[in-house]
Structures are given as structure tokens and as C-alpha cells.
Design a binder for this molecule. Structure first.
Ligand code: HEM
Length: 279
């Protein structure tokens, strides 16, 4: 029998979903696949929408993993946390590859629908801002674009009241015997953690004797790995943006490429980068 005549019901494939939950029911595909509403007739607008929506879905998973990793670290469950962090790095690797699809859109094609976006921009992505806040890049000015959205504001404000992932890592380090200063352990978590020489020194002890501090050493490398992928995401974004809109202002109102280049300077785990210089 030719393959295309093969009927999988012969081996038991279920085909009657009148009274059963199907693939599409479980995944709510009707909701997801009916959420693409281009505002123009431009062919490329669908790419633009799907690319953003897919990125938001991956961010949703990243938030799920990062939150659980932070909770696990707070309970000294470092091994499961490392597994989750490894997954988040892979998510960002995935998001990095996704730019290749968007880069197939030329500046000419983008101009066909850019005006339809109005003032909307990824700058207003609440999930992106939440990821930055969870990681410890906590600029309260970034709450402003969400002022009209009570739920987003509540979520982001709440995040600013709890220690960041890196705060929890430093607290863990302290419990494991690293000399983390009190000023760092008891800092105002609403603010971004700033480079601290004593913390560099603490990580130096770890990196100079990995076998003595294996768990912290491995965890530190997982964080560096993740920030490495995140930096690549920022870089891919700004390069794609320059390729598509040059130095035009962003739809969100910032200087565009100049703003995004500034964001390349963000350091999430500053001491883990600085320790390399003193080894
Ligand atoms: C044609 C493609 C794109 C262009 C031209 C573009 C342009 C820009 C610009 C100019 C900004 C600065 C804020 C502003 O003034 O608007 C920005 C921010 C941002 N964009 Fe995009 N973008 C593109 C694709 C994407 C995609 C696919 C995502 C994925 C979700 C994304 C997520 C973000 C985020 C999260 C920010 C805020 C970054 C931060 O505050 O550090 N962008 N984008």
C-alpha cells in the first residue's frame, strides 16, 4: 500500500473528538491563532506580528522558569535552579535565532505598515520589563508606560518589592560562607544592584578554588551563560533595528538605535564579569 493511502486509525489513532479534548482544545489554538490582526494590507505585517507574539510566548516561559529558579535558590535547591537557568539560556538562544526570520524584511517593506503601529513599541512590553526586573535591572522609570494598565503596574510594582534573582544568589553565597557585605544583603531591592568590590572579591574566592565551592562556581557560570545570551539578544535587536529603520526615532518615542545601544551597557551580574579581570 502506498504511504499516502495509509490510514492511521488502523493502528488506533483517535479521530473522533466530538466528546473529547483535542490537541487544539488543550492548547487553546483558537485563541492563539485568531490573535493576528494586521492593520494594513502589507504582506510583511503578518511576519512582524507573529515574530512579536512568538517572542512574548517564549518570554512567558522565561518568566515562569526565572521565578521558579529564584524560589529554588532561596530554598537552597541549587541543582533544580541550575536546570531552569540552563533552559532560560536555551530560550534566549531560540529568540536570538528568530531575528534571522525578521531580518528578511527590508526597510522598504517595513515602511508599508510602520505608520499603522502608532506609538506602540516593544518598549511597552510588560513581560520584557518583568524579566529585567526579576534579573535585577530595576529602573522604576520603566513603570511609566504601564501607568494606564493597573494589572501590569501591580505586577511590576510587586516585583520591585522582592529580591532579584541575583540578590538571592548573593544571599545563597553568604549562607555558603562567602563574605557578602551586609550593605548588599540588606540593600533596598527596589533599586538596581551596583558593582561592589567586596562581592568581586567573594566571587574571586569561588573562581580560584572551584573544587571547594563547586555549587556556587557552577551556578555563577550558569548566570554568566544566561547573561551572555541576553546580551546577544540586545545586540541582535539593535542591529536588526538599524538595518530596518536606520537612525529614525522609535515608534515608542525614544531615539531608537541610540537608546538601544545605551541598553547594551546594562550589566545584570556585574561582579561575575569583573571577576574575570582579577583572576
Ligand atoms: C522591525 C523590527 C523592530 C524594530 C524596528 C524595533 C524597534 C525598536 C525600537 C526603536 C525600540 C526603542 C523604543 C522605541 O522608541 O520604540 C525598541 C524597543 C524594544 N523592542 Fe523592538 N523593534 C523590532 C522588533 C522587535 C521584536 C521582534 C521584539 C520582540 C519582542 C522587540 C522587543 C522590544 C523590546 C522588549 C524593547 C524594549 C527594550 C528596552 O527597553 O531595553 N522588538 N524596538
Amino acid at each position: 500500500m502506498a504511504n499516502n493511502d495509509y490510514d492511521p486509525t488502523a493502528e488506533g489513532a483517535e479521530t473522533n473528538f466530538a466528546a473529547r479534548m483535542s490537541y487544539s482544545d488543550y492548547l487553546r489554538l483558537e485563541t492563539i491563532l485568531s490573535a493576528q490582526h494586521p492593520l494594513s494590507d502589507a504582506h510583511d505585517e503578518m511576519l512582524f506580528i507573529v515574530q512579536h507574539q512568538a517572542s512574548e510566548l517564549w518570554m512567558r516561559l522565561a518568566i515562569h522558569e526565572l521565578g521558579a529558579a529564584r524560589d529554588a535558590i532561596a530554598r537552597d535547591a541549587v541543582a533544580p535552579a541550575m536546570k531552569m537557568l540552563a533552559r532560560v539560556s536555551r530560550i534566549f538562544e531560540q529568540l536570538n535565532s528568530a531575528w534571522d526570520v525578521l531580518r528578511t524584511m527590508t526597510p522598504s517593506e517595513y515602511t508599508h505598515f510602520r505608520a499603522k503601529l502608532g506609538q506602540s513599541s516593544g518598549f511597552q512590553s510588560r513581560q520584557y520589563r518583568l524579566i529585567e526586573y526579576v534579573l535585577g535591572n530595576r529602573n522604576p522609570a520603566m513603570l511609566k508606560p504601564h501607568a494606564h494598565d493597573a494589572e501590569a503596574t501591580r505586577l511590576l510594582e510587586r516585583e520591585l518589592t522582592i529580591p532579584s534573582l541575583y540578590d538571592e544568589v548573593l544571599r545563597l553565597g553568604n549562607r555558603k560562607g562567602l563574605a557578602i557585605p551586609r550593605s548588599v544583603l540588606e540593600r533596598d531591592v527596589r533599586e538596581t544592584h551596583r558593582l561592589n568590590d567586596a562581592v568581586v572579591e567573594a566571587w574571586r574566592c569561588v573562581y580560584e578554588a572551584p573544587e571547594t565551592h563547586w555549587l556556587l562556581y557552577e551556578l555563577a557560570e550558569k548566570l554568566v551563560d544566561f547573561e551572555d545570551y541576553f546580551r546577544r539578544w540586545r545586540f541582535n535587536h539593535v542591529t536588526t533595528v538599524e538595518r530596518i529603520i536606520g537612525f529614525k526615532r522609535g515608534t515608542g518615542g525614544t531615539g531608537g538605535v541610540s537608546y538601544l545601544k545605551r541598553m547594551l551597557e546594562v550589566e545584570l551580574f556585574p561582579e561575575l564579569w569583573r571577576v574575570r579581570t582579577v583572576l
